[in-house]
Design a protein around this ligand. Structure first.
Ligand SMILES: [Zn+2]
Length: 214
């Protein structure tokens, strides 16, 4: 059961107050996608993951926290992400958040672009989903070399899925081989990567769930 509440939040950038829907609880029963997009009810709570200030355009998981870099909010690239009319409104929040995170936190930017792609998937906008995944892949690559741990192998496995879902099969194949060579690629991560090899071999760019690897 997803429980939501309305909350007044004072913007950490411009101090204006605005109302936001916050997530009190949800569930993720079922199997996540290969890029770890959550299943169950959690899947449809993305509109609570980032709060957007209607006055100044600051966007963050918790709007009350001050922006790490206030200057980026005034930058043309940030404003352009918020105005990107070809993207769904919710996706624009993730795009803007990714722009703000990018320089200092490439992993967060990579994930935010991927989340923008999920919104585009749901909205039936495949071109925008591909564009978001291409951005995501570029930022995941800036996180390389991935750590020789299970966390690093998960990062590699998500990158493989991002590349495959955006139709970049040659790149997906080479990243998959690299991820399989990582010491962290054991257990379920190895099964996922071997499943990805079969999907890539069949030029399958569709969504698949973790349960299909078993
Ligand atoms: Zn604000």
């Amino acid at each position: 059961m997803t429980k939501l509440a309305s909350k007044s939040v004072r913007c950490g950038s411009c101090r204006a107050s605005s109302e936001h829907t916050v997530l009190l609880s949800t569930n993720a029963f079922g199997s996540p996608d290969l890029d770890l997009r959550p299943p169950g009810m959690e899947r449809s709570t993305m509109d609570t993951w980032l709060q957007l200030c209607p006055k100044c355009g600051y966007c963050a998981p918790d709007l009350s926290q001050p922006p790490p870099d206030p200057a980026v909010l005034r930058s043309e690239v940030y404003r352009a992400a918020l105005r990107a009319a070809e993207f769904p409104e919710l996706a624009r929040r993730f795009l803007a958040f990714a722009v703000a995170a990018g320089p200092s936190d490439p992993a967060t930017a990579a994930l935010a672009y991927l989340q923008a792609a999920w919104v585009c998937d749901d909205a039936g906008q495949p071109e925008q989903a591909v564009e978001s995944r291409r951005q995501s892949a570029a930022w995941f690559r800036r996180c390389k070399p991935f750590a020789a741990t299970s966390h690093g192998a998960v990062m590699g496995a998500i990158l493989v899925d991002v590349l495959r879902r955006s139709g970049q099969f040659a790149e997906a194949s080479s990243e998959c081989q690299a991820a399989l060579a990582s010491p962290g690629a054991t257990g379920v991560i190895r099964k996922v990567l071997e499943f990805q090899q079969r999907l890539i071999g069949g030029s399958d760019a569709g969504p698949h769930s973790l349960s299909e690897c078993e």
